[in-house]
Design a protein around this ligand. Structure first.
Ligand code: AMP
Length: 205
C-alpha cells in the first residue's frame, strides 16, 4: 500500500491533473465527500488531503509515503527524514520581505509579521539584523498598515496583494514551487513502487 499526502487548497487543483496524467485518478465523489482517506482507481494507492503544513509531519512519521507540498512549507518545517525528488513547477511564487518603503527596514530591532518564522529568522540572521517576530496565520499584509510590524515576510505571486495594501517587495528570500517529497524509509522499502510513480509524474511535467 502506498499513501500519498496532498496539500489542500490552491496546490490541490493543480496537482490532481498531474496525478491523472500519471495514471492515478480520484473520483469527484471521493474528493467531494467528507472522507479523509480517499480511494483511487488503484487498489494499492490511497490519498489523504491535509493542510499543507501537515504534509511534512505525516511524512516524517511514516503516515504517508509520498507528499506534495510547497517549498515554503518544507523550508519552514525542515526536511529531516524526507527526500525532495521532484520540482512540480506549480504554484510558483517568491518568499519576500515587503514593507511600505525601504526606509522601514532600517531599524535597530526590526519587527516582522509572518507565518514563516524560521525562514524569516534565517534570512535576517544572515544579515546580522536584530529582529522581533510577530507570528500571524494570515493577512500578513495588514500588519505594517496598522503599525503592528515594520515589514512582513510572505509569499508574493503577482504582487497585487502587496500593491493593494501600499506595500512594496524589497528583499527576495527564496523561489517557491510545489515539490514532491518522500519519506526516506519508504523510499528504501517501497523503492520500486515510489520510483515508478515519480517517473510517471516526471514524464508528464
Ligand atoms: P499575489 O497578490 O498574486 O502576489 O498573491 C499574494 C497572496 O497570495 C498572499 O496572501 C500569498 O500568501 C498568497 N500566495 C501567493 N502565491 C501562493 C502560493 N503559491 N501558495 C500559497 N499562497 C500563495
Amino acid at each position: 500500500m502506498l499513501t500519498i499526502a496532498l496539500s489542500k487548497g490552491r496546490i490541490l487543483e493543480q496537482t490532481l491533473p498531474l496525478l491523472k496524467k500519471a495514471g492515478l485518478k480520484i473520483a469527484d465523489a471521493e474528493l467531494n465527500s467528507r472522507k479523509l482517506i480517499l480511494d483511487t482507481n488503484l487498489d494499492d494507492v490511497k490519498v489523504i488531503v491535509i493542510r499543507a503544513t501537515d504534509v511534512p509531519v505525516f511524512l516524517q512519521h511514516g503516515a504517508a509515503d509520498i507528499g506534495i507540498a510547497g517549498k515554503d512549507v518544507l523550508l519552514e518545517h525542515g526536511a529531516n527524514g524526507l527526500f525532495e525528488l521532484l520540482d512540480l513547477g506549480i504554484a510558483k511564487c517568491k518568499l519576500m520581505v515587503a514593507a511600505r518603503d525601504e526606509g522601514k527596514l532600517k531599524q535597530s530591532t526590526l519587527k516582522i509579521a509572518t507565518k514563516y518564522v524560521n525562514s524569516a529568522k534565517r534570512h535576517f540572521e544572515g544579515k546580522n539584523q536584530q529582529i522581533e517576530i510577530i507570528k500571524l496565520y494570515g493577512a500578513m499584509e495588514l500588519a505594517p498598515v496598522v503599525g503592528l510590524a515594520h515589514c512582513i515576510v510572505d509569499l508574493v505571486d503577482t504582487g497585487n496583494t502587496l500593491k493593494a495594501n501600499g506595500l512594496v517587495p524589497l528583499e527576495h528570500i527564496e523561489n517557491i514551487s510545489t515539490r514532491l517529497v518522500v519519506n526516506a524509509a519508504s523510499f528504501k522499502t517501497k523503492n520500486v513502487q515510489i520510483k515508478s510513480w515519480v517517473q510517471a509524474i516526471e514524464k508528464n511535467l
